[in-house]
Design a protein around this ligand. Structure first.
Ligand code: GTP
Ligand code: ZN
Length: 206
C-alpha cells in the first residue's frame, strides 16, 4: 500500500499559502497616497508597502466574498427541549468605517430565542464577521447581523448589542479616546416584551 506523507507528522514545516497578486493600478493608488501624505514611495522601507497595504485591505474586506446567511444553513433540532435564550457574549470584532476607512474595534453580544432548532454557536460569530469585514457604519452592521439571524433561523426573538470604538474619532478629527458607541437591535419578543428585553440585556451584562 502506498504510504501517505503527512508533513505535520514528520515535523516538516508547512508553507504559508501563496500571496494574491496585486494589480498595478491598485499598487499605484497606494503609492499616490504615500506621496500625498508626504513620503517617498520609492525609498527602501516603502518599496513593498503598496502590495502589503492592498493585501491587508483584501483581508479587512473579505466579508464581501461571503454570503453571511450561508453560515446559518446547518441547524440542529435535537436540543432536549431547550427553549431559553441562547447568547454569545462579548464577541470581539474589527471593522472599518465607510466614511474614513478607519478601524472600528469592538465587541458584540448576539442572542436569540430559538423556535424548534438552534445553530452551531460559532456561526453567530461567523455571521458577525461576514458583515464586519466590509466598509460599515455601526448602525448598519448591527441591523444586518440581527436581520440575518431573524431571517435565517426564524426564531422567537433576536437581540444584538454592539459596543465599539471608532479610530476616526479617537486617532483623528475630534480625538476623543475612550469613547464607545453602543447600538442595538431588538426583534420579535425582545422588541415587543419588556421583560424579555430586560432579561436578555441583563444576560449581556447591561
Ligand atoms: N453614525 C455613525 N457615524 C459614524 C460611524 N463611523 C464614523 N462616523 C461619523 O461619520 C461622520 C462623517 O462626518 P463628516 O463631517 O462627513 O466627516 P469629517 O469632516 O471627517 O467629520 P469629523 O470626524 O467630525 O472630523 C463623523 O461624524 C464620524 O464620527 C458610524 O459607524 N456610525
Ligand atoms: Zn470614520
Amino acid at each position: 500500500m502506498a504510504e501517505v506523507h503527512d508533513p505535520a507528522e514528520d515535523g516538516d514545516l508547512i508553507a504559508p499559502p501563496p500571496k494574491i497578486a496585486v494589480p498595478e493600478d491598485v499598487a499605484e493608488a497606494i503609492r499616490t497616497l504615500i506621496r500625498w501624505a508626504g513620503d517617498d514611495p520609492a525609498r527602501e522601507g516603502l518599496i513593498d508597502t503598496p502590495q502589503r497595504v492592498a493585501r491587508a485591505w483584501k483581508e479587512y474586506c473579505q466579508g464581501y466574498g461571503e454570503d453571511p446567511a450561508y453560515h446559518l444553513a446547518r441547524v440542529f433540532e435535537e436540543v432536549g427541549g431547550y427553549d431559553e435564550i441562547v447568547l454569545l457574549k462579548d464577541i470581539p470584532f474589527q471593522s472599518h468605517c465607510e466614511h474614513h476607512m478607519a478601524p472600528i474595534i469592538g465587541k458584540a453580544s448576539i442572542a436569540y430565542l430559538p423556535k424548534d432548532h438552534v445553530v452551531g454557536i460559532s456561526k453567530l460569530a461567523r455571521v458577525l464577521n461576514a458583515f464586519a469585514r466590509r466598509l460599515q457604519v455601526q448602525e448598519r452592521l448591527t441591523a444586518e447581523v440581527a436581520d440575518c439571524i431573524w431571517n435565517g433561523l426564524k426564531p422567537i426573538g433576536v437581540a444584538v448589542v454592539i459596543e465599539a470604538s471608532h479610530a476616526c474619532m479617537t486617532a483623528r478629527g475630534v480625538r476623543t479616546p475612550g469613547v464607545g458607541m453602543v447600538t442595538s437591535r431588538m426583534m420579535g419578543v425582545f422588541r415587543d416584551d419588556e421583560r424579555s428585553r430586560q432579561e436578555v440585556l441583563k444576560l449581556m451584562g447591561y
